[in-house]
Each structure stands twice: as structure tokens, then as C-alpha cells.
Design a protein around this ligand. Structure first.
Ligand SMILES: NC(=O)c1ccc[n+]([C@@H]2O[C@H](COP(=O)([O-])OP(=O)(O)OC[C@H]3O[C@@H](n4cnc5c(N)ncnc54)[C@H](OP(=O)(O)O)[C@@H]3O)[C@@H](O)[C@H]2O)c1
Length: 273
């Protein structure tokens, strides 16, 4: 987000030149673990899936754009990892249940769920864009709840598991035009806290709310006007890259079992708010 698509594409190409090719890491802390990553077709989700796979996890990649999930699966498998691409819309409870069923069929367990899928249409409340508000509630809140409900029985039975919810800095402080989006991320933060209270000690399930600041992704691609305005506002300043958030998620899920990294706020150094 924040960058007009062309500027973002140029930065990504520069990154490609500077970064080494992906390969399995020496320290495969997630070897034998199974992770489901939602919204894995782009941005933070794709980077997280790559990072967890390279740390040794078998990853289930889910989103609506199956072609992208399949391309990422090839990339992960060529690097020596294991991945399973599954199309699902998080708004559909039956889709999410099917992802969990297929994951258990294929891998026999679920250790990590990364609830990352999200949308962020930006507009002042006075515009009263009810459909956008409803979509954000459906994807950003109900989508998270759908996947939580689908994995919980298994994690409770296993007496272990880690749920990572991708919230936002907006889940701590709303911004103009982002009030409903912020409301959904406040909800994700509250839910994460509640999950910890009810499932941590009782069922050995850990929960992390990751709160990124500005990350260069496709989040605003459907809204060229806002994307251009934010790109202009960020001219000369550095945003986060999806990999920066993926590293924070990797840190949380590779912490020892008795450590529940409850929240991580990760902002660009250049972000003033
Ligand atoms: N970028 C930022 O600055 C920023 C900051 C803080 C928090 N976040 C949060 O980070 C998360 C990832 O966002 P991103 O920045 O990486 O954006 P992105 O590049 O636009 O990726 C969003 C992902 O969500 C998936 N998605 C959207 N609607 C879906 C649905 N109904 N069902 C299933 N998957 C759906 C998309 O896949 P398909 O379209 O293929 O379904 C895509 O993979 C979001 O929760 C966002 O709120 C982002």
C-alpha cells in the first residue's frame, strides 16, 4: 500500500536485485510444523508463507487467487520446502472449514494459523459507504473468526497451537478515512487478547496480534486515488516491506512454548504516527 503501483513495482525490482535468491535456512526451527497462511496470494501473507516455509514448516497457502498460490507453491518447492495451495474466501465459513479439513488430510496437524487476509477501503465516514464497511467487517473480523472456529477444535485436542492475527497500528490509533478499518483492527486486537485469556493456560494455545505500520503492498491497489495521495505523502520516506512483517511473525512463532508473544507493533522508522 501507500505506493502507486508503478513506483512500488520499481522498488520491488530493486529489492530483487539486492536480495539473494531464496533457499532453506540452516536453522529450521519450524521443521515438522504445519502452518496455514490466509491472504497468501500477495503482500504480507505471501512473504510470511515464504518465510515460514524456509524455516521448515509445511505451509498451506490460501486466498481467492489460486493462480498466485500455485506460483508461490512452485517457488517454495523449488527452494526445498512444502506447500499446498487452496482457494478459499474467508467470508465463507464452509470454505474455511474445507481448508482445515484438507490441511489435516494432507499433513495430519495444524500448528500455526496466520489470519492475514484483509482489505482496507479508505473513505471518510461522511461518505456513508455501507457496502465497504460491511465488506471490511466480513473479511477483517468475520474472516478471522471463521478460521479461528475452524482450527480451534483441532488445536484444543492437540493441546498446542499458535494463532497469529495480523492487526494494524490502526488497531491502536484510527486515522482519517480509516475509522471502520481501524474498528475492525481494534476488534482483532480484542479478540487476540480474549483468545489468550481463554485458551493460553487452559489449552496451551498461543496468540499474537501483529500490528504493522505502513507496508508497501497491494492493499490500496483498488483505490488509485488514495494510493497516489499516500505515495506522494511518503515520497522520500521508507515504508516497511512485507518481509519485515514476516520476520516479526517468524520471531513470534519460533519463540519457546512457554513464551506467548502477545503483540508486536512494527512501524517504519520514518513513520511519524
Ligand atoms: N499494507 C499495510 O500497510 C498494512 C498495515 C497494517 C496491517 N495490514 C494488514 O495486513 C494484512 C495483509 O495485507 P497486505 O498489506 O499484505 O495487502 P494485500 O497485498 O492486498 O494482500 C491482501 C491479501 O488478502 C487476501 N484477501 C482479501 N480478501 C479476501 C477474502 N475475502 N478471502 C480470502 N482472502 C482475501 C488477498 O487475496 P485474494 O485477493 O487472492 O483473495 C491477499 O492475499 C491485512 O489484514 C491488512 O489489514 C497491512
Amino acid at each position: 500500500m501507500l505506493f502507486a503501483p508503478t513506483l512500488r513495482a520499481t522498488l520491488r525490482r530493486l529489492d530483487d536485485l539486492l536480495l539473494p535468491p531464496i533457499r532453506m535456512t540452516e536453522n529450521r526451527l519450524l521443521s515438522g510444523r504445519v502452518a496455514i497462511v490466509t491472504g497468501a496470494s500477495a503482500g504480507i501473507g505471501a512473504a510470511t508463507a515464504r518465510t515460514l516455509a524456509l524455516a521448515g514448516a509445511s505451509v498451506v497457502l490460501t486466498a481467492r487467487r489460486l493462480d498466485r498460490l500455485e506460483a508461490l507453491t512452485v517457488e517454495i518447492e523449488e527452494a526445498g520446502g512444502r506447500a499446498l495451495p487452496l482457494r478459499a474466501d474467508v467470508v465463507s465459513l464452509s470454505d474455511t472449514r474445507e481448508v482445515v479439513r484438507r490441511t489435516l488430510d494432507e499433513f495430519g496437524r495444524i500448528d500455526v494459523l496466520v489470519n492475514n487476509a484483509g482489505i482496507m477501503p479508505v473513505a471518510p465516514l461522511a461518505d456513508v459507504r455501507i457496502e465497504e464497511w460491511t465488506s471490511m467487517i466480513d473479511v477483517n473480523i468475520k474472516g478471522v473468526l471463521h478460521f479461528v472456529s475452524a482450527v480451534l477444535p483441532h488445536m484444543i485436542e492437540q493441546h498446542s497451537g499458535h494463532i497469529v492475527n495480523v492487526g494494524s497500528v490502526a488497531g491502536r490509533r484510527p486515522f482519517p478515512g480509516g475509522s471502520v478499518y481501524a474498528a475492525t483492527k481494534f476488534a482483532v486486537r480484542a479478540l487476540s487478547w480474549g483468545l489468550h485469556l481463554e485458551l493460553g493456560s487452559a489449552h496451551g494455545i498461543r496468540v499474537t496480534d501483529i500490528q504493522p505500520g505502513f507496508v508497501s503492498t497491494e492493499l490500496l491497489d483498488g483505490d488509485p486515488e488514495t494510493a497516489a495521495a499516500w505515495s506522494e505523502a511518503w515520497k522520500g520516506r521508507r515504508t516497511l516491506q512485507p518481509e519485515d512483517v514476516a520476520r516479526a511473525i517468524e520471531f513470534a512463532v519460533t519463540s519457546p512454548d512457554h513464551v506467548s508473544v502477545s503483540e508486536i507493533l512494527v512501524r517504519p522508522t520514518d513513520q511519524p504516527t
